[in-house]
Design a protein around this ligand. Structure first.
Ligand SMILES: C[S@@+](CC[C@H](N)C(=O)[O-])C[C@H]1O[C@@H](n2cnc3c(N)ncnc32)[C@H](O)[C@@H]1O
Length: 356
């Protein structure tokens, strides 16, 4: 944590309106994308701090449209913040502070649990922090049941970062980032929030012809389906994987083909947006040479894009993609270094310059 928030209490008033402090967890590297989504989707909200993997924002206390923030992994409501010392003797401060909190607004007596994280040089563990927080809640609300890490209905979270403590309530279920539905995944599937961040960077428009040339299990196509489009099309070289994509996309107006993405069935300059996660070296290798594949893919993406069309591409061949793009006159608008499945792929946003 880099410093304190100016905002300190749940339900503070700003300009006469009651607002609450929330934070969303997000894949490290995508914090700015989520902030942009929050700014666009939540009226009267304000992003007030960005830390690695977390975006803090204020919104009306009555804010309930959690599902609309699709780049977020999870959402939390901040209930309290305070300072703590580094030694075991300071731990009782957690219990005392939390026992004074009014959590009656939850109006429920379901089983609760507290998860903890700890960063810094303390002589106590995160489990000891969680235990103190549980005891604090139980002191104030003795009739609330203490659950287990696997079995609870209410989940609190306590994050100790050096001297700073944030105590929060988890608002989203564990299934939130999987869109609360049964999905089938391929070995290289993206998590839906990452796929959404890619879609968001393409700036979805209702007139879009949108293509994912290497769609795998269809995660990007499925996220694009959350917004209106003229056409959403995807494909994969594997017949088996396209079957998985079709079952995941059931009910959406999305067309899925078996194709070789190096020869897409589109004429020159007719696609508005290409968003794709190219095969990674260590995950799924296309037949033959990855460098040659990337070279051919970049040319094909450039060919089908309209002038000023956008390509959002996730790849772990960052250097190659950069110089391929330069050669093709694809202008790099932004790039993000991510931390994903033990790799550090780069997410590029390219725009085709105005010649076909
Ligand atoms: C990284 S995965 C995409 C994962 C996808 N975004 C998802 O969430 O499921 C890359 C995909 O490219 C496909 N692929 C490899 N070579 C291809 C080619 N020549 N044409 C089309 N797809 C290809 C693989 O079968 C694989 O499903």
């Amino acid at each position: 944590m880099h410093g304190f928030f100016v905002f300190s209490k749940r339900g503070s008033k700003i300009g006469g309106v009651s607002v609450t402090l929330y934070f969303a967890s997000v894949l490290p590297g995508l914090e700015d994308v989520l902030s942009d989504e929050i700014n666009h989707k939540l009226i009267d909200s304000e992003v007030i701090q960005i830390n690695r993997g977390k975006v803090f924002f204020t919104a009306a206390e009555s804010f309930t449209c959690f599902n609309s923030l699709r780049s977020a992994d999870n959402l939390f409501q901040v209930l309290d913040q305070f300072q703590i010392g580094p030694h075991k003797k300071h731990l009782s401060q957690v219990r005392e502070r939390i026992s004074q909190l009014d959590l009656g607004f939850m109006g429920r007596k379901d089983a609760f649990w507290v998860n903890a994280s700890r960063k810094g040089k303390q002589t106590y563990s995160r489990f000891e922090v969680a235990k103190e927080a549980i005891e604090g809640i139980h002191k104030r609300y003795p009739d609330w049941k203490i659950g287990t890490s696997r079995n609870h209905q209410i989940e609190f979270r306590i994050d100790v970062e050096h001297h700073h403590v944030i105590f929060s309530l988890r608002l989203t279920k564990a299934t939130f980032r999987f869109r609360n539905q049964r999905r089938r995944f391929s070995p290289a599937s993206l998590r839906p929030p990452v796929a959404h961040a890619m879609v968001w960077l393409s700036e979805p428009a209702s007139t879009d012809v949108f293509v994912d040339p290497c769609c795998g299990s269809g995660t990007i196509l499925s996220e694009r389906g959350a917004y209106p489009a003229d056409e959403i099309v995807g494909g994969d070289i594997s017949d088996e994987i396209t079957k998985i994509a079709k079952s995941n996309l059931d009910g959406l107006e999305v067309v899925v083909h078996v194709w070789d993405a190096r020869k897409l069935p589109f004429s020159d300059g007719c696609v508005d947006k290409v968003v794709t996660n190219l095969p990674f070296g260590r995950q799924i290798s296309p037949d033959g040479d990855l460098q040659l594949f990337n070279h051919q893919m970049m040319h094909e993406i450039w060919r089908v894009l309209k002038p000023n069309g956008r390509a959002v591409i996730l790849s772990d061949s960052a250097n190659q993609l950069f110089w391929e793009a330069e050669r093709l006159d694809l202008y790099c608008l932004k790039s993000y270094l991510l931390s994903l499945k033990g790799l550090n792929p780069t997410l590029f946003v390219f725009e085709k310059q105005g010649r076909t």
